[in-house]
Design a protein around this ligand. Structure first.
Ligand SMILES: Cc1cc2nc3c(=O)[nH]c(=O)nc-3n(C[C@H](O)[C@H](O)[C@H](O)COP(=O)(O)OP(=O)(O)OC[C@H]3O[C@@H](n4cnc5c(N)ncnc54)[C@H](O)[C@@H]3O)c2cc1C
Length: 376
């Protein structure tokens, strides 16, 4: 007889949402997490009254009404709309690429003028690609110029992408950038989704709401006492790394990671926006996040005399760093499939979430997935 119906390894959004639904289904759950806190990557630390996104800026966005209603049943969401700004050698440009960006770049004021400008800058590259043997862009640089022309590529894409990947755009495969959306309207809203926002009071409110009344233990690594944990519950929901679950027997999956340099500043408003991308290679970091702007709007910003910023650096991943973004190249995908074949044979273990499925997921699709699961 097991003590619990489910042992849930990982208190991130997948594990916490699963636990919430299992509790509603009258299942007895225990959630463990190796970190000193719950919430996984959406965890925030409060500093000077500001919720600091410790594992990277998180903006909730979805067009799925069921997911939006679900998260709002746990915590109310604010009106935050993501409108990042790019800083290229001191000049500012709105993102995503839209009529505001084109005005800032070339002084054009009508969609027709902007389209003409972009098309004239793509022409040469499109001709080069179509006359090449394959008819396909040879690398990321060719792909990007063929999509948005030379100016936008040089000022807003090149340096940022090279910092992100640690390689020249001419050495990166073209498939990394499948699309570079351009909008011929004045609209700085980064996402096309119907709903977006940040939980009022921060993401921890969402996690706490999901895990309310559920037994949870932090600072506890499943692998430190695997045999014990395996016999405590009838089923295990595993949201950690799938290669680690199988003792890395086929080899290690690779990740891309980011490093955050956090600073507390004695000023109420450092950059006037939550997200500023630094798109030139002269600046070593890719973005600066000013956390208070996720939850404080207009004059509210000045009611808190301090601010917290995070400079975001892209760095090569090794075992001691957070595994953030899976690198879904053919080698890693092949490796993952080997682990997945083993996982598919498990009868007591459910693998879910970004690490167990070796897949980048935004928050809303994670929730959608759990809402669609049969919990028996
Ligand atoms: C830098 C960054 C920015 C992002 N920004 C956005 C955004 O703006 N909008 C958006 O929608 N999504 C964003 N995401 C995606 C979002 O973070 C994920 O969708 C979400 O966190 C996935 O939840 P999860 O439960 O799968 O994983 P996690 O949040 O990683 O949770 C897994 C948990 O399992 C625990 N764990 C692992 N192994 C063990 C073990 N052996 N024993 C015990 N516990 C273990 C971990 O400590 C962790 O708490 C971003 C992701 C990153 C990396």
């Amino acid at each position: 007889m097991y003590k619990y119906d489910y042992l849930i390894v990982g208190s991130g959004l997948f594990g916490a949402t699963f636990a919430y639904r299992a509790k509603l289904a009258d299942k007895k759950c225990l959630v463990i997490d190796k970190r000193p806190h719950t919430g996984g990557n959406i965890y925030c630390e409060n500093k000077d009254g500001i919720n600091v996104h410790k594992y990277g800026a998180h903006i909730f966005h979805t067009s799925n009404r069921k997911v939006w209603d679900f998260v709002n049943s746990i915590v109310e969401f604010n009106r935050y709309t993501n409108s990042p700004v790019a800083n290229y050698k001191g000049s500012l440009y709105n993102l995503p690429f839209n009529m505001n960006t084109f005005y800032q770049m070339w002084g054009v004021t009508t969609p027709e003028q902007a389209m003409d400008k972009i098309n004239s800058q793509r022409k040469e590259m499109l001709e080069k690609i179509s006359s090449s043997g394959t008819g396909e862009p040879a690398n990321l640089e060719e792909q990007a110029i063929s999509l948005v022309g030379t100016d936008i590529y040089e000022k807003l894409v090149k340096g940022y992408t090279e910092k992100q990947w640690g390689r020249k755009c001419t050495e990166l495969p073209s498939f990394i950038i499948k699309r570079l959306p351009v909008r011929f309207v004045y609209d700085n809203n980064y996402f096309n989704d119907k709903y977006q926002g940040i939980p009022v009071g921060g993401y921890n409110k969402l996690t706490e709401g999901l895990l309310e009344g559920i037994e949870t233990i932090t600072d506890t690594d499943f692998f430190q006492n695997r045999e014990y944990w395996e016999q405590i519950a009838e089923k295990i929901v595993f949201t950690g790394k799938i290669d680690e679950f199988y003792g890395y027997r086929f080899g290690k999956l690779e990740y891309r990671t980011v490093y955050f340099e956090e600073e507390e500043l004695d000023c109420p408003n450092y950059q006037g926006n939550a997200v500023v991308n630094y798109t030139s290679k002269d600046v070593p970091y890719t973005r600066v996040i000013e956390h208070k702007h996720f939850e404080m709007f207009g004059d509210e910003v000045y009611r808190c005399g301090k601010t917290v910023i995070s400079k975001e650096y892209s760095i090569e991943w090794n075992d001691s760093l957070e595994p953030y973004y899976p690198i879904n190249n053919p080698v890693n995908n092949g490796l993952y499939m080997k682990y997945k074949l083993l996982a598919d044979k498990e009868t007591r273990v459910i693998f879910g979430g970004r690490l167990a499925e070796y897949k980048y997921y935004d928050m809303a699709p994670i929730i959608e997935k759990v809402l669609d699961m049969d919990i028996i």
